[in-house]
Design a protein around this ligand. Structure first.
Ligand SMILES: [Zn+2]
Length: 231
């Protein structure tokens, strides 16, 4: 696909683009991040019943992220943005909370599910970007929470608005490292379709139903597919 003719490109990224970065998952016996507590502690209701554990879990995840580097796929997207023709735009909408796109050098990134780089006080709404080495910051007498979207919480209004506007104007939509068939990808791809935009899926697996939503589907690791597609 010759990308030089597109002017309003929207890329959605999911967990598959960060996989090769080797983020620890904390799964397994004795791990902090077990299947059991991950489901419980990622739910917004845990902020009232088990707040200290929620904060500790996400803080440990944030510290783990500090030691990993962007993947070849992250870097390829950042390099592509650098080479865009005058007037052309690329917006990355990411479901990941690891900030690896920004670390790779991407400039227009919408963090749809928030970011572990930012922590928020539930008491007064203040948001901070605390330094890596310290413990979770305290504000209004309570540990701050990660400014990420937990299960049961709304997508931040600004992220929702930025994404919808971009999709309404887009002439190419590419989903990377996400199945493409569940929300939000499944609705993003339909909005792009309303514009008649080509819709491309780059993912490890192509699931049933994806070929009806996307005009092109490519199966493989993001680190192989993304540098080739955005070459
Ligand atoms: Zn506060």
């Amino acid at each position: 696909m010759d990308l030089s003719s597109y002017r309003r490109i929207v890329v959605l990224t999911g967990a598959g683009i960060s996989h090769a970065a080797g983020l620890p998952t904390y799964r397994g016996p004795g791990g902090l991040w077990t299947d059991d507590n991950l489901a419980v502690l990622s739910d917004a209701s845990a902020l009232t019943s088990r707040r200290a554990e929620v904060v500790a879990l996400f803080w440990s995840f944030r510290r783990a992220i500090a030691s990993v580097a962007p993947t070849a796929a992250h870097r390829a997207l950042a390099a592509f943005e650098e080479r865009l023709a005058p007037g052309a735009e690329l917006l990355i909408v990411t479901q990941n909370i690891d900030s690896l796109h920004q670390l790779a050098g991407s400039r227009r990134v919408c963090e749809y599910h928030g970011s572990l780089a930012h922590w928020r006080c539930d008491g007064c709404g203040t948001e901070l970007a605390p330094p890596d080495a310290e413990a979770p910051p305290v504000h209004c007498g309570e540990p701050m929470r990660p400014a990420v979207v937990l299960f049961g919480e709304m997508i931040p209004v600004a992220a929702e608005r930025t994404t919808k506007h971009a999709l309404r104007d887009c002439d190419l939509f590419v989903a990377i490292g996400t199945s493409g068939t569940v929300a939000p990808a499944s609705s993003f791809v339909r909005w792009a379709e309303l514009n008649g935009a080509p819709r491309v899926l780059l993912n490890l697996e192509i699931f049933d139903g994806a070929r009806e939503l996307f005009t092109e589907c490519h199966a493989g690791p993001a680190d192989e597919l993304v540098p080739r597609f955005f070459a």
